[in-house]
Design a protein around this ligand. Structure first.
Ligand SMILES: NC(=O)c1ccc[n+]([C@@H]2O[C@H](COP(=O)([O-])OP(=O)(O)OC[C@H]3O[C@@H](n4cnc5c(N)ncnc54)[C@H](O)[C@@H]3O)[C@@H](O)[C@H]2O)c1
Length: 405
């Protein structure tokens, strides 16, 4: 651990939001920033002595990078996805990983609301005609959203927020979720997806990316939708059959669609976007920007910086994507030991045996396990000898031991 003269070091890459930098600096961290991603060699050369590493989606964290960072306590993925990090290697080396699973959900919801209104008013057609010099003032095919029935498939963080906003616009909300979810406001739960498709004027997908959701919505589901209804997907690209969607738009069965996510998305800015959905009338296609707002970026910066600091100070792992979830209120006095270990029978008994042998009283304790890793937080009284720490650290199952406060 650092001393007062030796602050903990944080290295933040890829232009992470300034709020994260400010928060860490305010709490005494020495922060270095880099405005781009670093490749494996560059990163390996820079991570020695770094305690917290912040990245976004373009930096890959391999086991070699982790091996070069023995002091590393935690990685903050200042984004949603964590595929760029070798999570298993991080766990084996005792490094916690945090991300920001909720920070951009409001942004997605607002885009959905905007798109539902735009499609219902046929704003795309009107806008294209005006740019072509055509003044087509007519009410035909344009509707209010008030009173229309919204069907939400997937009632999680995004689906449930959308439910509240849509009701405030006067829409009637129906939802279907495979998990037991509390209906907010006057929203009505449907027992099956078919039941929802039979009633909804607007169907919007907000399911998660579990493998079973691949191809969730195809020809059969589009065929069950009400004539003249609208379809939106801002969840995952692989859940929808875009060929089937194209046919139902071209046949006039569906009145419009808004799609933000695609099975194959271009890797970089300027790469060609190839899709069956290009060129269709009353279809909004956007480049996976549902969660891309400055507010979301700011929230991500604050949220992840907070998680990193909380973990460093208290050892709590709530919402960590790789370590067992263990959260214990910080003790008023005494010390806290956090012990990450290989998950084999008897580790807890061994730890407690060592503490008892040294006459150290346990004030509070919580254990969690996740696959091959176990994590126990133990609050002890004020008195202990260095021998206790050495014995715990020397256990064959120990991955990492930290003494806090
Ligand atoms: N377009 C974007 O930029 C953007 C931004 C953020 C999130 N997302 C995506 O939006 C989706 C929803 O995000 P969230 O934070 O609300 O996730 P979440 O995990 O909170 O909610 C997903 C919900 O879907 C339900 N579900 C899963 N499979 C289902 C199925 N087959 N039928 C019915 N319900 C099902 C789950 O039980 C859960 O309640 C995710 O796929 C996420 O990746 C997209």
């Amino acid at each position: 651990m650092s001393t007062a003269t030796e602050p903990l070091r944080a290295l933040l890459l890829e232009s992470i939001h300034s709020d994260a930098v400010a928060s860490l600096e305010k709490n005494g961290y020495a922060v270095e920033t880099v405005d781009r991603a670093l490749d494996e060699n560059e990163l390996t050369a820079r991570v020695a002595g770094v305690h917290l590493l912040g990245i976004r989606s373009k930096t890959t964290i391999t086991d070699s990078v982790l091996a070069a960072a023995p002091e590393l306590l935690a990685i903050g993925a200042f984004c949603i996805g964590t595929n760029q990090i070798d999570l298993s290697a991080a766990s084996q080396r005792g490094v916690a990983v945090f991300n920001a699973p909720f920070s951009n959900t409001r942004s997605v919801v607002e885009l959905v609301v905007a798109e539902i209104i735009a499609l219902t008013r046929r704003l795309l057609d009107k806008n294209s005609l005006m740019h072509a010099g055509v003044w087509d003032k007519s009410a035909e095919g344009a509707h209010e959203v008030r009173g229309r029935r919204l069907g939400i498939i997937g009632y999680g963080n995004i689906g449930s927020q959308l439910s509240v906003l849509a009701e405030s616009l006067g829409m009637s909300v129906f939802f279907y979720d495979t998990a037991d979810k509390l209906a907010l406001g006057n929203a009505r739960r449907c027992a099956t997806m078919e039941e929802l498709l039979a009633v909804a004027d607007v169907v919007t997908l907000h399911v998660d990316g579990r493998p079973g959701n691949s191809g969730l919505f195809g020809e059969a589901e589009f065929a069950r939708m009400r004539p003249g209804s609208l379809f939106l997907n801002l969840s995952r690209g692989f859940v929808v059959d875009h060929g089937a969607l194209r046919q139902h738009i071209e046949s006039g069965h569906l009145a419009g669609a808004a799609i933000d996510v695609f099975p194959h998305e271009p890797k970089g800015r300027g790469d060609e976007f190839v899709s069956e959905l290009r060129g269709l009338p009353n279809v909004i296609i956007t480049p996976h920007i549902g969660g891309s707002t400055e507010e979301a970026q700011q929230d991500i910066g604050q949220f992840v910086a907070g998680k990193l600091q909380d973990f460093t100070a208290t050892g709590n792992t709530a919402l960590s994507v790789n370590l067992p979830t263990v959260s214990l209120p910080a003790p008023a006095e005494g010390h806290r030991l956090t012990h990450l270990h290989r998950n084999t029978p008897g580790v807890l008994a061994t730890i407690n045996g060592i503490l008892a042998d040294h006459d150290v009283n346990i004030e509070g304790q919580l254990l969690g396990t996740r696959g091959e890793i176990g994590y126990v937080i133990t609050d002890i009284g004020t008195r202990y000898t260095p021998d206790v720490i050495e014995q715990l650290r020397g256990l064959p199952t120990t991955v990492r031991l930290r003494l806090l406060s």
